[in-house]
Design a protein around this ligand. Structure first.
Ligand code: PLP
Length: 508
């Protein structure tokens, strides 16, 4: 009781300070100064060392063991941010960052994040914050049209389709897998209601290629669904015959094929599954076809890259991450359903405290995703689409591809290296050719070269392997990548190759 009285007194004397953590004017001053620091960061980040010189656990000795009992002031807190956090940051916007795939970002998107965080509105149902839902449905339609997706994905199309913003591609894959499973089980129960759901679940089988992202395998693990990773062809593409053979074999063994996750732009080598072959098979077999285009999907903004999605009309769901190449900050992963009733069937739980009068006409996104609550992510997408514009975004995609072509040209000038996969978008995969390495193991030497580039610290890159070959992948198109920086990288690779293999000198 005493505690409540004390708290009440404090609230009366220092109300704003307690509720907002700072006084209005202190926040105004700190925020204005922080914007300046953010701009300074953006100006200097291209030159910053990409990967920090720290080891696991470095932070323990720099911060207290426990949270402070009493409130601290902003200058102290921000000073610690600079001393403690900046020390161990990987600078994803550094010009030397060429690892994974790029993470999006831009000033319009940052403004959207600031507003979303300040408003703190959670639009899980239409009624919980109507603008959150309404802006999201409009943005998903804008984007579907800009990408030239099939019309059945539109909210305001004639069918039951529509889109949602999920946090990540991993969640999108899991949500579609769970929706497809629910659909398959319902269909089988409608034929024979006496079957047991769990017995059906045991017989279900899903497919993806062995080059698909790790998140696809993870979705199978979480959903407790058998997921078969099928052998991609030499170019990393899942082909129709491979899928058909697997389906036939599994059906013979009493299994029920129900879901395929096809990739457009795999993480390892930016390869593309053959939707024109896989799609008709899924259609004939009544299998849900999900498309993971987390990275490559943004390229569909450019008409010249739309060929990568030939066969998209066969898909049941489609996902891409605007937080990769679309200049939107993490997290923003757009997912479209051809028929949204399936996800709602799989996800809807209906307690009284979530009901509202407009649930028949308004969308309740809580029934389209795993969490209940959700951030207002559509603002940042809206700001980027309006302030960069489709022309600006297309130029951004094209710049990344031009950079990759530039690097491909450099690699091809030196016959000691080979390009392993066609350079279609912003990824170049190469290695030292086995035939110049004599008796040395090509994978070992290429791994050493990769480790040497990473150890040099000027560039942050990631390797991959496919078909038993270890290779180096260079991802272009990040915010501050440039052809000049790729020239620098190529020089570093030359130097390090020379140190590693002094006997194999090449010409720059
Ligand atoms: N799919 C592909 C093809 C990816 O490249 C990635 C990440 O790079 C993912 C899925 C996972 O994305 P997320 O981190 O949004 O789950």
């Amino acid at each position: 009781m005493n505690h409540y009285k004390k708290a009440d007194n404090i609230l009366q004397t220092s109300d704003t300070c307690l509720r907002l953590g700072m006084q209005h004017d202190d926040f105004r001053n700190a925020a204005h100064a922080l914007i300046d620091r953010i701009i300074d960061y953006q100006v200097t980040v291209p030159q910053r060392q990409t990967f920090p010189n720290v080891k696991p656990g470095f932070m323990r000795s720099l911060v207290p063991e426990q949270a402070p009992e009493n409130a601290e002031k902003w200058p102290e807190v921000f000073s610690d941010f600079k001393e403690v956090v900046m020390k161990g940051l990987t600078h994803w916007f550094s010009s030397g960052f060429m690892a994974f795939y790029p993470c999006g970002g831009s000033y319009p998107s940052t403004l959207g994040e600031m507003l979303s965080s300040a408003i703190g509105s959670l639009g899980f149902s239409w009624a919980s914050s109507p603008s959150c839902t309404e802006l999201e449905t409009v943005m998903l339609d804008w984007l579907a049209k800009a990408l030239d997706l099939p019309k059945f994905f539109l909210h305001n199309g004639t069918g039951p389709g529509g889109g949602i913003i999920q946090g990540t591609a991993s969640e999108s894959t899991l949500v579609t897998l769970l929706s497809a499973r629910d659909k398959a089980i319902r269909t089988l129960l409608s034929v024979d209601p006496n079957q047991c759901r769990h017995d059906i679940n045991k017989r279900l089988i899903a497919y993806a290629s062995n080059v698909s992202n790790s998140s696809v395998e993870k979705a199978g693990k979480i959903a407790f669904v058998d997921l078969r990773l099928l052998e991609a062809d030499d170019m990393g593409s899942l082909r129709g015959n491979t899928l058909l053979d697997a389906i036939k074999e599994d059906k013979k063994n009493g299994r029920i094929p129900f879901y395929v996750c096809a990739s457009l732009g795999t993480t390892a080598c930016c390869s593309f599954d053959n939707l024109e072959e896989v799609g008709p098979i899924c259609k004939k077999e009544g299998i849900w076809l999900h498309i993971d285009a987390a990275y490559a999907g943004t390229a569909l903004l450019c008409p010249e890259f739309r060929f990568i999605a030939n066969g998209l009309e066969f898909s049941s769901s489609f996902n891409l991450n605007p937080h990769k190449v679309m200049m939107v900050n993490h997290d923003c992963s757009t997912l479209w359903f051809k028929d949204s009733s399936h996800v709602r069937n799989a996800m809807t739980v209906d307690p009284i405290y979530l009901r509202h009068d407009d649930s028949k006409s308004g969308i309740d996104y809580m029934h389209w995703q795993i969490p209940l609550s959700r951030r207002f992510r559509a603002i940042k997408l809206w700001f980027v689409l309006r302030m960069v514009g489709l022309v600006g975004l297309r130029n951004h995609v094209r710049r990344g591809v031009a950079e990759a072509k530039h690097l491909e040209g450099l690699v091809k000038t030196d016959e000691r290296y080979e390009i392993l996969f066609p350079v279609v978008l912003g990824l170049v995969c190469f290695r030292l050719k086995p035939d110049i390495l004599g008796k040395k193991n090509a994978n070992d030497v290429n791994r050493k070269l990769y480790e040497a580039i990473l150890g040099d610290r000027r560039f942050f890159i990631t390797p991959a392997s496919f078909g038993g070959k270890f290779f180096i992948r260079i991802s272009t198109g990040s915010m501050n990548c440039s052809t000049g920086k790729l020239d620098e990288l190529w020089k570093v690779i030359h130097e390090l190759t020379h140190q590693l293999l002094p006997e194999c000198n090449g010409v720059i």
